[in-house]
Design a protein around this ligand. Structure first.
Ligand SMILES: NC(=O)c1ccc[n+]([C@@H]2O[C@H](COP(=O)([O-])OP(=O)(O)OC[C@H]3O[C@@H](n4cnc5c(N)ncnc54)[C@H](OP(=O)(O)O)[C@@H]3O)[C@@H](O)[C@H]2O)c1
Length: 313
């Protein structure tokens, strides 16, 4: 990694989040000047002890906040996601369309004006303008904005990302620790996923900044092993030294529960969120290998051995 030969100042939008913070640490650790874009920048730098990290205020849904945030920035890494995801709250503008699609378009437009040279967008496996799922359509809209002109772009489409600070696999680990007897799986557990270790994702993003072939490239990023969802839980149980039967909660029952949850104020779940949580995500690795042929991909059992899933990081 040699930031001296390439852009020096990288603004990570969403740098307080799961993916964003890992990317911030990776880049700052390699000598980039890193700025976190956050809606609440106070105290953000202190979250990265031992690293030179700055923070600026900005909201991707409010274009007026972006020019100052993007001053003297060479590269933007866009990892913003609305709070409460994947449960949308249109009354507060927390939707896939408002934040992922329009928010990304806003940051691309402001980046072009500010002279940003490159934007790296964290999209997702399955992005598709014709999908019947709003999250895949929003990702496709954001990709179209990112690849539409200036700045130059790199689009990374990860499958499911896991690591010490994730809000997904850690929840399953906590359920395994706390619930006696069985593990309740949402639906049949047969959706296929190749989960990617957060450290490998952060390394991939950092390498794109040093790799000419990454300019104008779009690639998928997943782990080296494809599992079913039941297989992931089994692998998690092995790592935790647990053995419990997996009980499948029928989708019909879950849909009724999700519909009821939609009626509760401060809604924590929805039918869309259920579809999101039970969808598959297999990244094809050929596109990754064309851009980053040597990126190591950590097998899930090895990565799970590096931390204690379900315990705070
Ligand atoms: N997690 C995965 O497994 C996964 C897989 C594939 C793709 N992705 C994609 O990767 C991206 C990041 O995911 P994540 O899991 O890291 O999300 P996350 O942990 O929820 O973090 C998202 C960050 O976005 C910021 N944010 C929210 N609304 C904002 C706004 N209006 N303006 C500016 N910043 C805002 C928040 O920072 P502040 O509160 O500091 O403002 C938050 O820290 C998403 O686009 C997601 O679709 C994630």
């Amino acid at each position: 990694m040699n930031p001296a030969s390439s852009p020096q100042t990288v603004l990570v939008a969403g740098g307080t989040g799961f993916l964003g913070a890992a990317i911030v640490r990776e880049l700052a650790g390699h000598g980039y000047r890193v700025i976190v874009l956050s809606r609440r920048p106070r105290g953000v730098a202190a979250r990265f002890p031992g690293l030179e990290v700055a923070a600026r205020g900005g909201d991707v849904t409010d274009p007026s906040t972006l020019p100052a945030a993007l001053e003297d920035v060479d590269v933007v890494v866009q990892t913003v996601q609305f709070p409460g995801f994947p449960v949308e709250d249109p009354s507060r503008g927390r939707t896939f369309r408002d934040v992922d699609a329009r928010g990304t378009a806003n940051i691309v437009a402001a980046g072009g004006e500010a002279g940003v040279r490159r934007i790296v967008y964290l999209s997702g496996v399955g992005a598709d303008p014709d999908s019947d799922r709003p999250w895949f359509r929003a990702k496709a809209m954001a990709e179209a904005a990112v690849s539409g002109g200036e700045p130059a772009f790199t689009i990374v489409r990860p499958s499911w990302v896991y690591g010490p600070r994730d809000q997904s696999l850690n929840v399953f680990a906590r359920i395994l620790r706390l619930l006696p007897g069985v593990f309740p799986q949402l639906g049949p557990g047969d959706q296929r996923i190749n989960p990617v270790w957060i450290g490998d994702l952060a390394a991939a993003v950092a390498r794109t900044l040093e790799t000419p072939a990454a300019i104008g490239a779009r690639f998928e990023l997943g782990g080296p092993i494809t599992y079913t969802m039941d297989g992931i839980i089994q692998t998690l149980m092995d790592a935790m030294g647990q053995r419990k039967p997996i009980v499948h909660v029928p989708m019909g029952l879950l849909r009724v529960g999700a519909a009821v949850a939609e009626l509760v104020p401060g809604q924590l779940f929805s039918r869309d969120a259920l579809e999101f949580a039970t969808g598959g995500a297999v990244a094809e690795l050929a596109s990754l290998r064309r851009v980053l042929p040597d990126l190591p991909l950590t097998p899930m059992p090895e990565a799970l051995g590096r931390y204690s899933p379900g315990r705070s990081a």
